[in-house]
Design a protein around this ligand. Structure first.
Ligand code: MRU
Length: 355
């Protein structure tokens, strides 16, 4: 693939430079822009678990860098012993968040690289894994730009586009998936106005999508999650575009909690509902969305905003972080290898296997 344009204005939330991983702490946005530095795989695992970095492709990128950091400290000359310790590092990173398949995809790719180079010295394996993590990072941006150009024609000039959660530069190495499609449409000269759901309880829409679109001067209006139906009924939304954390072989889509609600509303109002995701988000091993593991997070995310308590102490909570939108509600899935519609089983298999 060709290299990406170097533009200092482009938001890249993860940097892997001089043997260190730096991540923009997304928990603090938009009020503070703080970069944290990580030098061990355990620290990277904790950053994923605690949502310093979040969003399916970004989690994959961070995990790959975590592996590269982790293997540096392996002290052995034996390739098989090296591989065993590499698997232990991957197991720690894999145990951080269960839903986004990009995490497991990236770890498998790192393991596969090592496995296919076991005839090399341990020093060469360490260097090779560092390059592999860098390649995953750079390719993610290129993939998102390709997805953007594939998806941009679906957004009419002048359209008002609803999005849920943050599927932007912050959720990837750069550019974004759903927001990448919006960026590409804007770059092609179209006027696009974004309506961003705030996305309770973690507020990725209010804190992150609003922040990065404002930074890019793309018009964005923030709404509470429960306002989307009203706006649709008034004819104020022309289409919906979201990202995904895992897509089953039949086209069922796991994404941020609340996505399913938006998809049902879009169907009721005959509004196209698009999903933008790289092929690394497609999990052909799962027949349908009922098999996708859904992360359950701490109820404190619902009862509190930072340290401010919103609900009575001791209240029961239920906090699934994702839901599954059935394929019948999805108008099209935009990938870097093409746009899939209709027969998702055939179409997704084709884009995944396209070289
Ligand atoms: O819990 P998060 O913030 O990691 O959830 C993120 C999402 O649900 C995104 O929509 C998804 O990962 C797509 S990101 C390109």
């Amino acid at each position: 693939m060709s290299s990406c344009p170097i533009d200092s204005k482009v938001i890249r939330p993860i940097r892997f430079i001089a043997g260190q991983c730096q991540m923009l702490d997304q928990r603090l946005l938009p009020s503070e822009e703080v970069w944290n530095t990580y030098t061990t795989y355990e620290e990277v695992a904790e950053a994923i678990r605690s949502m310093v970095v979040r969003g399916a492709p970004a989690i994959g990128v961070a995990a790959a860098i975590g592996v590269a950091l982790g293997v540096r400290d392996i002290e052995t000359e034996s390739a098989s012993e090296f591989f065993q310790q590499l698997e232990e590092i991957c197991a720690v990173l894999a145990a951080t968040r269960p839903t986004a398949v990009n995490l497991f995809w990236a770890l498998e790719r790192m393991k596969h690289f090592a496995e296919s180079n076991l005839d090399r010295s341990v020093v060469e394996l360490k260097i090779g894994l560092e390059y592999e993590a860098l390649a995953i990072t750079q390719e993610d941006e290129q993939i998102n730009r390709k997805m953007g150009s594939n998806g941009a024609p679906l957004l009419p000039d002048g359209s008002r586009v609803l999005t849920h959660c943050n599927a932007g530069a912050l959720a990837t190495a750069a550019y974004g998936t759903a927001l990448g499609v919006i960026r590409a449409a804007v770059e092609s000269g179209k006027k696009i106005a974004v309506i961003a759901d705030e996305t309770r309880p973690f507020l990725q829409g209010a804190r992150l999508t609003a922040w990065e679109l404002q930074k890019d001067n793309i018009p964005v209006t923030l709404i509470c999650d429960n306002m989307a139906g009203y706006l649709m009924s008034k004819g104020e939304i022309d289409c919906v575009i979201v990202g995904a954390d895992r897509i089953a072989a039949n086209g069922d889509v796991a994404n941020k909690i609340g996505t399913y609600t938006v998809a049902v509303l879009a169907k009721e109002h005959q509004i196209p509902f698009y999903v933008a995701a790289p092929i690394s988000t497609i999990d052909l091993s799962l027949a349908d969305g009922s098999q996708i593991p859904i992360e359950e997070r701490d109820g404190r995310e619902i009862t509190h905003i930072k340290d401010y308590q919103l609900a009575p102490s001791g209240i029961n909570t239920c906090n699934p972080a994702f839901d599954v939108t059935p394929n019948r509600l999805v108008t099209a899935i935009i990938t870097e290898n093409g746009v899939v519609k209709g027969d998702y089983l055939t179409g997704l298999t084709q884009v995944v296997n396209k070289r």
